[in-house]
Design a protein around this ligand. Structure first.
Ligand SMILES: O=C(O)CCC(=O)C(=O)O
Ligand SMILES: [Fe+2]
Length: 347
């Protein structure tokens, strides 16, 4: 029988998941953030130092960790999921009204690619801030600017409000994590704040519908996130898999209720000068069950120049990377629809 998955979505043989032989990751690096919610006192400082050490160990070994007892209400994600389900159920023509295009990288898309293979997913992307002023083009001396703004659908009625509620709150957890990651590298807690001044963090909501051939397609092909780090929601449906470098195995994460998965991206790898590696991960589909996820991406300011942090570079540890402009990298990647481009350092 011919596969009922379009050719553009079929993974090369070596990238296909082995459905029916799922290996789960035991001993997930789990970090309890309850002490962060306590009033300030000396035992809180000790607890934070201990959490920073756990972050260091998890990032060094894995490039990710899972947080529980964080500051976010479970309603934020369950409401966002419902809103996305409502949007997803709209006729395709309605969804296309808020489609991403070459001029504006925010809104709906169902043609994302990872390494030139289309992903089995529809996404909705929006920025935490409604608008952002960016250069008109990518010429190095371009002085003219343009406004890039979110695109919101008219339906569901409360879609925009629910999305904004989610990002306004999850940005708080993003800052807590940014501070813990700074501390975990032996740096002051506010060391990374300067790179996020324009607050261009953005949210992507993913909807993976059931796939008739989960053995041939992927929700998201193996990739590393280009950002500093990513907060990934989890729910009762599994599908997120991480790559274990030591033995080349893909391992599935069991869903942990009301937790977030914190994923190291390429920018963190460069800042840390390879103390941490960005995580190679992918999303495997199911033939019966649909899945939703959302990522809140800690993306640096548009004008941020990314290079190894000077405190982490010396004669014995020379910089492993040259510098690049985050905004240019980001726009090139978006415009290419995530097809592989020359500036993409991810695998
Ligand atoms: O859906 C997931 O679990 C992961 C999504 C992801 O990796 C991404 O959107 O970059
Ligand atoms: Fe990702």
């Amino acid at each position: 029988m011919a596969p009922s998955v379009a050719a553009a979505l079929i993974q090369p043989v070596e990238a296909r998941p082995s459905i029916g032989k799922i290996k789960y990751l035991e001993n997930v690096p789990l970090i309890d953030l309850a002490p962060l919610q306590m009033p300030q006192n000396s035992s809180k400082e000790d607890a934070i130092a201990s959490i920073a050490k756990q972050v260091h160990n998890a990032m060094k070994e894995w490039g990710f960790f899972v947080v529980v007892n964080h500051c976010l209400s479970p309603d934020l994600w369950s409401n966002l999921k419902k809103a996305m389900a409502g949007f997803s159920a709209l006729p395709y023509e309605e969804k296309k009204k808020v489609a991403r295009d070459l001029r504006n990288p925010w809104g709906y898309n169902d043609k994302d690619h990872t390494k030139n293979v289309q992903d089995w997913v529809e996404v909705f992307d929006y920025m935490s801030t409604e608008e952002l002023e960016i250069p008109q083009n990518m010429e190095p001396d371009c002085k003219e600017t343009k406004i890039m703004g979110n695109l919101w659908p008219e339906k569901p009625d409360d879609f925009k409000k629910i999305c904004q509620d989610f990002s306004q709150e999850s940005v708080k957890l993003m800052y807590q994590l940014m501070e813990l990651i700074s501390l975990s590298l032996g740096l002051p807690s506010d060391r990374l704040h300067r790179y996020f001044e324009e607050n261009v963090a953005y949210v992507r909501i993913n909807h993976y519908s059931p796939c008739p051939h989960p053995d041939l397609a992927l929700g998201k092909g193996a990739h590393r996130d280009g950002s500093a780090f990513t907060l990934l929601t989890t729910d009762e449906v599994s599908g997120f898999e991480v790559y274990r470098r030591s033995d080349g195995q893909w391992l599935r994460l069991r869903p942990i209720p009301n937790s977030y998965i914190i994923v190291a991206g390429d920018v963190l790898q460069v800042w840390s000068n390879d103390i941490y590696d960005s995580l190679l991960h992918r999303v495997v589909l199911d033939s019966q069950v649909e899945r939703y996820s959302a990522i809140h991406v800690a993306a640096p300011s548009y004008h941020c120049v990314v290079k190894p942090l000077e405190e982490l570079v010396d004669e014995n540890n020379p910089a492993n990377y040259g510098e690049y402009k985050w905004g240019e990298f980001f726009m090139t990647r978006r415009i290419s629809n995530f097809k592989k481009v020359a500036t993409d350092k991810g695998q």
